[in-house]
Design a protein around this ligand. Structure first.
Ligand code: UDP
Ligand code: MG
Length: 323
C-alpha cells in the first residue's frame, strides 16, 4: 500500500497527520505501507519537518519538488513514484480522516478499482463555496454524459495498480485530476464521511483559484463551450434579423421614424460583448493547445529523502521511477 500526500505550507499539521496515519497503518498489520509526502515547493519549514519524520521512520519518503507546481502536479509526482498494488491519495490538512482509509481499502478489496470518499456534510466551508461547487458538478455532469464526476468528492481515494497506471497515461499539462480519475472508468464505489474543518492553517485555494480550476475542469473535458459560442452567434443573428424586419415593416407601413441612438448603442454593446465572450472561449482553448504543445514536464524533483539512504539528490533510479 502507498499513501500519497501532497503538502504545501502545512508544517503545523504534519506531526498530528503522521500520528494519525501511523496509528492507522500500525493497526492494519496485514498490509505493508509506504507513505509518500510530496512537498509542493512549500515556503515554510514543511520539508524540514518531513525530513525529521522520514529520519525516524523508514516507511516515509519525502519528495521535494523544485517549486510550487500545484496540487494536481504534486499528486502526479506522488503517483509516478509509487509502485504498490494499492494507492491512497489524501489531503494533508486532516479534512480527510485517515481512519476512513481502512474502510476504503476493505471496500476496494471487494472488487472495486477505485473507492472514493464522498462527504455528506461539509463542515467549515462557506455557503458560497458549497453553492458554486454544487453548480460546477451539475455543469460537468451535463457537459460530459459519457462519464460522471461524482459530486462532493475531493481527491481522497484508493486506487488499484491498473487505475493508477491508467491515470498516469494521461500526461496533459492542464491537469484536472478529479476529471481524470473519473475519465478512466473502471469499477468504482464510494464511502460516505463527514468532512472535518481544517486541522490547522487555512485553505490554499481562494475563490479565484477555484474558479480557474473549474474552468480548467470544463475545458479539459469538453468542447461544449465552443459550440455554445456558435449557438449564441446564431441566436443573436436571428434576433437581429427579426428586429431588422420589424423596423423595416414599421417604417414602410406606419411611417415611424425609428429612434436611432439608444437602439444603436445597445445593440453595438451587446454584439461587442458576445464577440468578446466568444473570443475569450476560443482563447481558453488556444491557450490550452499552446500549453500542451510545449510538452514541458509536469514537475521537477529537487530531492528525495528516505531513511535508508538519508539525503540523496535523485539517483538515476529515482529519476527513472519519476520519469
Ligand atoms: N496543496 C498542494 N499544492 C498547492 C495547494 C495545495 O500540494 O499548490 C495541498 C495542500 O497542502 C493540501 C491539499 O493540497 O494537502 C488540499 O489543499 P487545501 O486543504 O488548501 O484545499 P481545500 O481543502 O480547501 O480544497
Ligand atoms: Mg483542505
Amino acid at each position: 500500500m502507498s499513501v500519497v500526500i501532497p503538502v504545501f505550507n502545512e508544517a503545523e499539521v504534519l506531526t498530528e497527520l503522521w500520528r494519525r496515519i501511523k496509528a492507522v497503518i500500525d493497526g492494519a498489520g496485514e498490509y505493508a505501507f509506504r507513505v509518500v509526502f510530496v512537498d509542493d515547493g512549500s515556503r515554510d519549514c514543511t520539508f524540514g519537518e518531513l525530513e525529521r519524520l522520514a529520519s525516524r521512520d523508514s516507511r516515509i519518503t519525502a519528495i521535494k519538488l523544485s517549486r510550487n507546481f500545484g496540487k494536481e502536479a504534486a499528486m502526479t509526482a506522488g503517483l509516478d513514484f509509487v509502485d504498490s498494488d494499492w494507492t491512497v491519495i489524501i489531503d494533508a490538512d486532516l479534512q480527510d480522516p485517515p481512519e476512513l482509509m481502512v474502510k476504503m481499502l476493505a471496500k476496494a478489496a471487494q472488487g472495486h478499482d477505485v473507492v472514493f470518499a464522498r462527504r455528506h456534510v461539509r463542515h467549515g466551508e462557506t455557503w458560497q463555496k458549497k453553492f458554486f461547487a454544487h453548480l460546477f458538478y451539475r455543469l460537468m455532469g451535463a457537459l460530459n454524459p459519457s462519464f460522471s464526476l461524482p459530486a462532493d468528492t475531493g481527491d481522497y481515494r484508493v486506487m488499484s495498480r491498473r487505475a493508477v497506471e491508467a491515470v498516469l497515461k494521461l500526461r496533459e499539462t492542464h491537469r484536472f485530476m478529479k476529471g481524470i480519475f473519473a475519465w478512466i472508468g473502471y469499477p468504482s464505489a464510494e464511502v460516505l464521511y463527514d468532512r472535518e474543518p481544517r486541522h490547522e492553517g487555512k485553505s490554499k485555494f481562494n475563490f479565484l483559484k477555484l474558479l480557474n480550476h473549474a474552468i480548467d475542469g470544463i475545458t479539459s473535458f469538453s468542447t461544449a463551450p465552443l459550440r455554445i459560442a456558435t449557438y449564441l452567434g446564431l441566436l443573436v443573428s436571428f434576433a437581429a434579423f427579426l428586429y431588422g424586419s420589424l423596423i423595416v415593416i414599421q417604417t414602410l407601413l406606419y411611417g415611424n421614424p425609428v429612434a436611432g441612438f439608444p437602439t444603436l448603442i445597445t445593440s453595438v454593446l451587446f454584439i461587442g460583448g458576445v464577440q468578446l465572450l466568444c473570443l475569450g472561449i476560443i482563447g481558453e482553448y488556444v491557450g490550452r493547445i499552446y500549453g500542451e504543445t510545449k510538452q514541458r514536464p509536469l514537475y521537477l524533483v529537487e530531492r528525495v529523502v528516505r531513511k535508508e539512504s538519508d539525503t540523496e539528490t535523485p539517483s538515476a533510479q529515482a529519476v527513472a521511477a519519476l520519469k
